[in-house]
Design a binder for this molecule. Structure first.
Ligand code: SAH
Length: 344
């Protein structure tokens, strides 16, 4: 069976051509899939019965099933648990901001990167998501709230660079003018620092934002939190970020989760400032979201403020991420984890 929702227009045109149809049909079908976001081929009213029949026989439309939604009473944040056709579940988050609706999507079922503070990686990787499974998170949430999604961040469960080809296709589909047509500038991809893939992405010269999960100011401390640092040394990761800026002109975001007593001292801030000195970048400070499997704690508000001002004094722009949806299952991967435990 053909995964028709993961095809770009070119592939779809070739496929529809094989079925003896003209290119304009492919474009119509593409728009049915990505603009109208149909879930059944029968909904394509301007397509012949015969062609629809053929598609039903040999292709499928990936559609995620909304299993559970949690809505925050504090800020309207919504956490979605979606079921995939093979029974795996993934989570996605909708955040409502003044400037628009932002969706955070998963790129894999589970993760194999092993970051110490993260719930998504506790049970390892099951598999990467297909392009259609990535994009349908956005389609389903858009339908659910009946509003346009303006921003997308690939910051949910999984390491997008560990599912690179599918990530690239997803980006192509999402930003295609024949589809949802989300601007590349409104898309952020977050990575734990897979250097060769970061460079490969840079070479594509897209206008998407690259976010690097840095979380430490030196190699030794980074290794304690992130096993991936064994493979890619901190300076090589920073160099890859510099390269990304050179190739794309896009300011890189550094994510830095503040963990009480681990990476939040004055010395850490000073070291961080010198590590990224002179770069066109932005630091996003995230109070760590404690997971029960580990004993990491949040830095207190004063420590966070001091860390931020130390960076700023050293000429680095920094913001503290506002915590959204505090009253619903907090950290990444916790909703899925709870569901899995409940289902045994
Ligand atoms: N694998 C990618 C994207 C998914 S994680 C990456 O590593 O960037 C998205 C972000 O959430 C990363 O910066 C990650 O380090 C951070 N994160 C994961 N668990 C967290 C927690 N419990 N508290 C705070 N940030 C967390």
């Amino acid at each position: 069976m053909r995964d028709i929702k993961s095809m770009n227009l070119e592939e779809l045109t070739a496929y529809i051509g094989e079925l003896g149809e003209k290119a304009f049909r492919a474009k119509q079908i593409y728009q049915w899939i990505h603009i109208k976001q149909i879930t059944d081929f029968d909904e394509m009213t301007n397509i012949s019965k015969q062609l629809k029949g053929r598609l039903k026989e040999e292709a499928y439309l990936t559609t995620l099933h909304k299993e559970e939604v949690q809505i925050s009473k504090l800020d309207g944040t919504r956490k979605y648990l979606f079921m995939l056709s093979d029974g795996n579940v993934i989570e996605s988050v909708l955040m409502k901001y003044k400037h628009g609706n932002s969706v955070c999507i998963s790129s894999q079922v589970g993760c194999r990167m092993g970051c110490r503070f993260c719930a998504s990686t506790l049970d390892g990787l099951v598999r990467g998501l297909t392009p259609a499974e990535m994009i349908d998170q956005i389609y389903q949430i858009g339908k659910d709230i009946g509003e346009r999604i303006s921003n997308v961040v690939v910051m949910g469960t999984g390491e997008p660079m560990d599912n690179f080809d599918n990530l690239l296709r997803f980006i192509e589909l999402l930003t295609d003018e024949n589809g949802l047509n989300i601007s590349q500038r409104n898309l952020t991809v977050s990575t734990c620092g897979i250097v060769p893939r970061m460079r490969e992405l840079a070479d594509k010269k897209l206008q998407i934002t690259l976010a690097l999960s840095l979380h430490a100011s030196n190699q030794r401390k980074r290794l304690e939190l992130m096993p991936v640092a064994n493979k890619y040394e901190i300076h090589d990761v920073i160099d890859a970020c510099r390269y990304y800026f050179e190739q794309t002109g896009r300011r890189v975001t550094f994510e830095y989760s503040l963990v009480g007593g681990v990476n939040d001292t004055d010395e850490d801030a000073r070291e961080l400032a010198s590590l990224i000195h002179g770069m066109n970048c932005h630091v996003n400070l995230i109070p760590v979201n404690p997971i029960k499997e580990r004993d990491y704690v949040q830095s207190n508000a004063q420590v966070i403020a001091a860390f931020k001002s130390k960076l700023e004094k050293n000429g680095i722009t920094a913001t503290v991420r506002r915590e959204m949806g505090r009253d619903i299952d907090g950290a990444c991967g916790q909703l899925r984890r709870k569901y899995k435990q409940k289902m045994g």
